[in-house]
Write a protein that binds this ligand. Sequence first.
Ligand SMILES: NC(=O)c1ccc[n+]([C@@H]2O[C@H](COP(=O)([O-])OP(=O)(O)OC[C@H]3O[C@@H](n4cnc5c(N)ncnc54)[C@H](OP(=O)(O)O)[C@@H]3O)[C@@H](O)[C@H]2O)c1
Length: 328
Amino acid sequence: MKLGTIGTSWITESFIEASKDSQLLTLTAVYSRNAETAKAFAAKHDAPIYYSNIEELATSSEVEVVYIASPNSLHYEQTILLMKNKKHVICEKPIFSTTKELDHAFKIAEENGVYLFEAIRNYHSPNFTILKENLKKIGQIRSANLHYLQYSSKYDSFLSGENPNVFSPEFSGGALVDLGVYPLYIAIGLFGKPTSVNYTPVKLRTGIDGSGTLVLNYENFTCSIQCSKISQSYIESEISGEVGSFVLDKPSPLSKITFIHHKTKQAESLEVNQVQNDMLYEIKNITQIIRQSNQAEYENLRELSKLVLTVTETARKQSGIIFGVEKN
Ligand SMILES: NC(=O)c1ccc[n+]([C@@H]2O[C@H](COP(=O)([O-])OP(=O)(O)OC[C@H]3O[C@@H](n4cnc5c(N)ncnc54)[C@H](OP(=O)(O)O)[C@@H]3O)[C@@H](O)[C@H]2O)c1
């Protein structure tokens, strides 16, 4: 399929590399707000066409699917424009700012006969499937502690008075929607919808969460998720049951899964070696769904995006984190 891209940062480069590796998507066009940036980015990645007008990207006959890696608050409008022009969309996490946007976007996708996906790399990885298939091994789940704490390369500029998009409510930033979504996808992918949620954020001067602890309550256990863009963690995540535990190196990439039996203390490595650029897996799954019109799998992913966004939206509202798009 012919691929167009929005965004010119490292993550778009990573997606383009994974597309090349996959041999399933062929980069035909790139878009940047700035024509010089678009031209240079196209040259660097051998894209035959570049655009600095998003309407031209949307109406291009040389593009079938668009990968969006723009600041979060722009995802919705860009997605709608593309889908109204019959383009499939792979939109970076967090897919949208609100569930209202999400519901409307999936309706537009349906009306236009196109697919809309949230790009969430860990969920599509082989090791997540392994974890899910082995979940019964640990017996009745009694607790889960998942964390993703990564000191942001943009935090120093925030501290010196600048306002990077990822720390801005106007761009729908914050730790929960930026990093918390990875463990949240694991939790909801494994345990389903929680009965209730509670979020305790550490807020920054812009009003968004620099870090926070999200508690997901389930009938027989709680899952606690810690996320941070202003500190770093070195400990592993764990899902603990009555029979044994899974120890995970981190929620993304999910490269190590160790099962430990509580009574025998025997440890077993369950993971497989994944490719370095694990965006390959989301590309494979997504292109297969489109090619095979696999409605069941598509609806499963759509439901997951909705559940994850419902949780982050509820958590934000509980703690007074309001995005710019919600103020209008
Ligand atoms: N899957 C992953 O592992 C992963 C990793 C990192 C980020 N992400 C996601 O990818 C998306 C982009 O993240 P990022 O850190 O790359 O964001 P970013 O650097 O703030 O912006 C990404 C791109 O959007 C354009 N842009 C920047 N500011 C803009 C503005 N004010 N108005 C319009 N366009 C603007 C820029 O492209 P031009 O100037 O060329 O138009 C830029 O290259 C986010 O949704 C993020 O959550 C995912």
